[in-house]
Write a protein that binds this ligand. Structure first.
Ligand SMILES: [Mg+2]
Length: 115
């Protein structure tokens, strides 16, 4: 697997990361959703400890630690898209379209999925 930021795109990432997806396929959807929540929780916990133990000062070590958890989230997100038979690249594209539409209508802020 040749890795550089120049040849990484969402399709490539989804295909390559799938090769490392070792979990029971009969519970795949549940496995990846719980895993994604777990990794997001790790980000939350580390950020909590950043505030509690480090006065909110983001050191290079803490930054790297949180980045590693973000990378783990990306892996689980890619597997979630795979479980849903949905291209990660399309998720990115559709999300950008949604955000651009909201920006154009002046509703980036606020709440509600359908705004
Ligand atoms: Mg992790």
């Amino acid at each position: 697997m040749k890795i550089s930021t120049e040849n990484i795109n969402f399709d490539h990432y989804q295909q390559e990361s799938k090769k490392t997806a070792i979990y029971p396929k009969d519970i795949g959807l549940y496995y990846v959703v719980m895993g994604l929540c777990g990794e997001a929780g790790e980000i939350a916990n580390k950020t909590k400890k950043l505030a509690r133990d480090h006065g909110g000062v983001l050191t290079e070590d803490m930054r790297n630690s949180i980045i590693h958890e973000a990378q783990d989230c990306l892996w689980y997100l890619a597997q979630l898209c795979t479980e849903l038979n949905y291209p990660l690249a399309l998720a990115a594209e559709e999300n950008l379209k949604k955000l651009a539409d909201r920006q154009a209508r002046g509703v980036l802020g606020g709440s509600g999925d359908a705004r």
